[in-house]
Design a protein around this ligand. Structure first.
Ligand SMILES: [Zn+2]
Length: 86
């Protein structure tokens, strides 16, 4: 059962979820894909856990962090993106 798992943040090393200040995004799974530009059989990937807030801090609050956007207010831009996906 997923609730019984202990998620440790790969940035601050603290347990995720114990903190009442955690955003509703937590726990976040962070997947790193090595050799991303190579064909998939040559890629390697590993998953980490983290607080969303720790990840956001690491990116210096990058404005491209569109994961925070409200999907309901995305408008027609989101649909355009889907069409150009490959
Ligand atoms: Zn953290």
């Amino acid at each position: 059962v997923i609730d019984e798992l202990e998620f440790l943040c790969c940035f601050c090393k603290a347990e995720i979820g114990a903190d009442k200040d955690s955003l509703h995004f937590d726990p976040c799974g962070l997947i790193i894909i090595a050799r991303w530009a190579k064909p998939q059989p040559m890629q390697r990937e590993q998953q980490f856990w983290c607080h969303f807030e720790c990840f956001r801090k690491m990116l210096n609050d990058d404005p491209h962090l569109y994961i925070m956007d409200d999907p309901d207010s995305a408008g027609s831009d989101a649909e355009d993106e889907n069409e150009t996906k490959h």
